[in-house]
Design a protein around this ligand. Structure first.
Ligand code: GDP
Length: 285
């Protein structure tokens, strides 16, 4: 499984190498490490914490251990232990919710599970269309209504349909318009309440989708979502297109939520289960 994160880390590693050099050195100076981690967009306080404990010359192995020590996120895997198992996918528009839902549907189908999608971002007509296209491509059923209809009703119908048809997994898209926080909060709360009416254990996982290229603005938006509705874990997207792989550490430490997967491209297979040891190994390799 080694090297799974390479695609996500290509650009970050290039950025690191401009600082560290391409030679495989056994030991690195503290200054070089500090500059390299900042270059990869790891947040300043975290870099200072890591660097302050290091001797002047550091082996990569020591550095790996030190980074892992501060990488404060559990390696939580999602275990599908109920039927239907309901995911509520939240996050700001453009973060990659729809694409990630398609990737998850594809992954679960490959594992032999049945999947249904719920288009509960009824605010944007384009979101319903986009999710419908993905449903066709992945070949899974979708519950949707017209643009502007009640998203909680779509949520209810999706879960009820999953129950009635014996479908394993329901993936529900939600709206992400943060400019009207109170409306969004009411809408998401209602969705959660109605989900529980459809099935008392739902939603099993509320997953926050975060654009890994957007730095602190994405983290602040994610914090608002976490505050208004709560989340069980995150999926960080678009790590293939960025030299800022260090943002993963910042997101983990700021949000204190497990990272379930990372998005490494726009295709269905571009979703990688997250593992912090492998991630750090690949970064420092
Ligand atoms: P939504 O508004 O949150 O539903 O976001 P979308 O799923 O529509 O994604 C917004 C854009 O980001 C689209 O152009 C996607 O193709 C792109 N995207 C999503 N995930 C990834 C990823 O992991 N890598 C890359 N490179 N692009 C992504």
């Amino acid at each position: 499984m080694f090297g799974l994160f390479k695609k996500a880390l290509n650009k970050t590693k290039e950025a690191l190498q401009t600082v560290v050099g391409t030679e495989k050195k056994e030991k690195l100076s503290k200054e070089i490490i500090e500059e390299a981690l900042l270059e990869a967009d790891m947040d300043y306080d975290l870099v200072e914490k890591i660097v302050s404990k290091l001797p002047d010359e550091v082996s990569k192995d020591k550095l790996r251990k030190e980074i892992l020590w501060y990488f404060d996120t559990p390696n939580n895997k999602i275990e599908i232990n109920d039927k239907p198992y309901v995911f509520l996918i939240i996050g700001v528009n453009g973060a990659g919710k729809t694409t990630t839902i398609a990737k998850l549907a594809h992954k679960f189908k490959k594992e032999g599970k049945s999947v249904i999608l719920g288009a509960a971002d009824t605010f944007r007509a384009a979101a319903i269309e986009q999710l419908s296209k993905w449903a066709e491509i992945v070949n899974v059923p979708i519950i949707k209504t017209k643009h502007g209809h009640d998203p909680a009703a779509v949520t209810y119908d999706t879960i009820a349909s999953a129950k009635a048809k014996g479908i394993d997994i329901a993936l529900i898209d939600t709206a992400g318009r943060l400019h009207n926080k109170i409306n969004l909060q009411n809408e998401l709360k209602k969705i959660v309440n109605v989900a529980k009416k459809a099935y008392e254990n739902a939603p099993h996982k509320v997953i926050l989708i975060i654009d890994g290229t957007q730095g602190s603005s994405a983290i602040n938006q994610a914090k608002v979502f976490k505050e208004i509705i709560g989340a069980d874990g995150v999926i960080i997207t678009k790590l293939d297109g960025t030299a800022k792989g260090g943002s993963v550490f910042t997101i983990a430490n700021e949000l204190r939520l497990p990272i379930y997967y990372i998005g490494v491209g726009e295709k269905l297979d571009d979703l990688v289960e997250f593992n912090k040891e492998e991630f750090v190994n690949d970064l420092l390799e």
